[in-house]
Design a protein around this ligand. Structure first.
Ligand code: ATP
Length: 340
């Protein structure tokens, strides 16, 4: 059974619809990340589940029970917000025990649980440290320990790593996934950072203007974005109008091969940068290298074709042509996706 189920949930603020007939299920032990641009309704979704916001229509069920009228503190959900709102006047231990005291847990048990949680989040023995003495990442871990302490059936995270620098986020996100896996925590997280969502989630949900544009495993969404919006949101820029016929498509870049079984007729087409292959200037579509950007293990090239919109290609650093070079381009069907 789904631990969390949203049925046809709509939330309006005046004339603005923040959530528009949203259906969503989260299974026990699953980590679901909701991803989407600013204003797409992500926080509203969390607030509805937590009970901080009521729906204009639709139902929220936790373990099969309708939560209408159930107050925040009786829903058994844990919340961790972006500005992790630690109590600066309390030490680390005082912060982590906060929820436990609210639940009337005995003192000895509180101390045992705090020690265990701090160990788990990588801050063993930090009970007596002052909040002000902690780095941003350490504070984030304390906030996480505090949210986990009452053992919520569902843990909700709103931009959990939002304010941390990229390196730390990338490390923490891997740790978090491991931690949630060990604890069997069910998680509904919200982020606008696709890298974070893809690294953390079992399933990602991409939102657009209060609706779910696509839901699937990170691999499914990455390999087959549902439409041009999702493709662009994931950072793919090579999206053009196309007419598909058989295993080829007519596009502004000429004829491009498409995978077997692609949807036929008019639509939009995505070419992943890895599918834009460079050849000699005399072969394929002729392009000028407008810019190149080094990304560690690969180089992203911005190409300007003689005809059609600019496009991005990806190649090994050793093979990257210099700016201004004339190259030829051919397309690899494996990296072409006919969008819905
Ligand atoms: N209390 C409110 N009153 C009026 N409008 C609101 C309220 N809360 C949210 N909205 C509007 O509803 C829409 C969705 O907001 P929400 O905060 O859920 O988006 P979000 O995807 O979480 O955005 P962000 O990534 O910027 O936090 C936005 O257009 C927002 O302005």
């Amino acid at each position: 059974m789904a631990l969390l189920r949203l049925e046809d949930v709509t939330v309006r603020f005046g004339t603005h619809t923040a959530l528009d007939a949203v259906d969503l299920e989260v299974t026990e032990h699953e980590i679901v990340c909701v991803l989407g641009p600013s204003g797409s309704g992500k926080s509203t979704l969390l607030r509805i589940v937590a009970g901080l916001q009521s729906a204009d229509s639709g139902r929220v069920l936790l373990s099969g029970t309708d939560q209408a009228g159930v107050p925040v503190h009786r829903r058994g959900v844990g919340l961790m917000f972006q500005d992790h709102q630690l109590f600066p006047q309390r030490d680390v231990g005082g912060n982590v025990t906060f929820g436990l005291r609210m639940h009337g847990v005995a003192r000895a048990e509180q101390e045992r649980r705090v020690a265990q949680l701090l160990e788990m989040v990588g801050l063993p023995g930090a009970q007596r440290r002052a909040i002000a003495s902690l780095s941003g990442g350490e504070q984030q871990r304390v906030a996480l320990a505090r949210a986990l302490a009452p053992e919520p059936r569902l843990l909700m995270l709103d931009e959990p790593l939002g304010q941390l620098d990229r390196g730390l986020r990338e490390r923490l996100v891997v740790e978090l996934r491991g931690l949630f896996g060990r604890l069997g925590t069910t998680v509904l997280a919200v982020t606008h950072d696709q890298g974070e969502a893809f690294a953390l989630a079992d399933r990602v949900v991409v939102m657009r203007e209060g609706r779910i544009a696509q839901a699937g495993t990170p691999l499914e969404v990455w390999q087959k974005p549902a439409d041009a919006f999702v493709a662009r949101f994931l950072g793919f820029d090579n999206v053009v109008a196309a007419t598909v016929s058989g295993t080829a498509a007519d596009t502004p870049w000429g004829k491009i091969p498409v995978p077997d079984g692609s949807r036929q007729g008019e639509g939009r087409l995505l070419v992943r940068p890895t599918g834009v292959r460079l050849t000699d200037a005399g072969d394929g579509m002729r392009c000028t290298v407008a810019s190149r950007s080094f990304r560690g293990n690969h180089v992203v090239l911005r190409l300007r074709p003689v005809d059609g919109p600019p496009l991005e290609a990806e190649c090994a650093p050793a093979d990257a042509p210099h700016e201004g070079a004339e190259v030829g381009v051919v397309f690899a069907a494996d990296d072409v996706v006919v969008l819905g």
